[in-house]
Ligand binder design. Structure first.
Ligand code: NAI
Length: 332
């Protein structure tokens, strides 16, 4: 069986890192036929649209996509294509597995966490009012439906990937209704999954526990803003944003992507580290059930990193994108 996968190369270093990823996956024998579609700054220049309809059509058809970073113009011009993609396809789960990698300098070794972020509600609903001059009210939206569907996704994913425990995070002490409903939905759905341990923790306790004893956690489920902040904190536990994969997932559609940006400072210099996009592609292969080829690529990456001879500048080495890519292909 072969899979047709939508490919958004992205802006800046996007074509370099997605190109390297394609090369490695081809060498590993991944059964993928890529369908490239235009998005981001290049698409805006060419079509006057940063997220052309063709992107959404392709993803709705193929159901799986790999995305490079997309530039968002600082002074406006168009709305972030990343945000619009998430909204248009209702990609309600932010999925970020965070694992220590051999040979990558970090504060902790042996970290193996999954951060799940509710992508659609909370303060990101963007509802703000100036109720009187100088006084702003920003509304945080929490619905039972959104809380239940991400809780169900969390349990199903834990079941499928062999995870044993999910911890839901909240700030019920100040938001008993909104965060309380998020937690209640989690435990209600959790009654259907008694074989997975279930726990709750306050946001502040979680922040402290993560930086002192991250091995305590397995899967963490967080509403939008808490997930945004703590997923980056967790990346910091294993070496930063450049080495963690990610995905945004909806009902039967998943878009896999690195969490770093377009790195305009190194664009076109052949210095970009393709690891985050490559590991996102590995996560994609696991999601598709292609575990054999996913494991093969993972082993090759670990092999190269553990030897420590070939590594990119951001990891303290001197290798460029091509040399690092070829080293992984040799290790395959
Ligand atoms: P950035 O992640 O692009 O760069 C921050 C620093 O990390 C830079 O020094 C860069 O060279 C380095 N870096 C990033 N990725 C790297 C890689 N693969 N290998 C080696 N070094 C790497 O963040 P910045 O500068 O804030 O954003 C630049 C653009 O990217 C903006 O237009 C922003 O909107 C966009 N962006 C897009 C994202 C996405 O599509 N998911 C996520 C974050 C930012």
């Amino acid at each position: 069986m072969r899979y047709r996968v939508t490919l958004i190369e992205g802006d800046g270093i996007g074509p370099e890192v997605t190109g390297a990823t394609r090369k490695i996956l081809a060498a590993a024998g991944a059964p993928i036929d890529w369908e490239p579609v235009p998005a981001g700054a290049a698409a805006f220049e060419k079509y006057g649209e940063a997220l052309p309809e063709a992107v959404l059509t392709s993803l709705r058809t193929n159901r799986v996509g790999l995305k490079g970073p997309l530039a968002t113009p600082k002074g406006g011009g168009y709305t972030s294509a990343n945000v619009r993609l998430r909204q248009a396809l209702d990609l309600y789960v932010g999925w970020r597995p965070v694992r220590s990698l051999p040979g990558v300098k970090s504060k902790y070794q042996g970290v193996d966490l999954v951060v799940l972020r509710e992508n659609t509600e909370g303060l990101y609903a963007g509802i703000e009012h100036e109720v009187s001059p100088g006084t702003i009210v920003s509304l945080k939206v929490s619905s039972k439906g959104a809380a239940e569907r991400i809780a169900r996704w969390a349990f199903e994913n834990a079941r499928y990937t062999g995870r044993r425990k999910i911890t839901v995070c909240h700030k019920k002490s100040v938001l008993p209704k909104g965060d309380g409903a998020f937690v209640d939905a989690f435990f209600n759905v959790g009654k259907e999954y008694p074989f997975i341990q279930q726990d709750e923790i306050s946001l502040d306790d979680l922040a402290l526990a993560l930086v002192t004893d991250p091995a305590r956690f397995d899967v963490m489920l967080l509403e939008n803003l808490y997930g945004d902040i703590l997923s980056d904190l967790c990346a910091g536990l294993v070496g930063g944003l450049g080495v963690v994969p990610g995905a945004n997932v909806g009902a039967n559609i998943a878009v896999f992507e690195a969490v770093h940006g377009t790195a305009p400072d190194i664009e076109g210099k052949g210095l970009a580290n393709p690891l985050a996009v490559l590991l996102s592609a590995v996560l994609m292969l696991e999601y598709m059930g292609e575990h054999k080829v996913a494991d093969k690529v993972t082993c090759a990456v670990h092999d190269v990193l553990a030897k420590g001879v070939v590594r990119t500048g951001d990891l303290g080495g001197k290798a460029g994108t091509v040399v690092f890519t070829d080293a992984i292909i040799d290790a395959l």
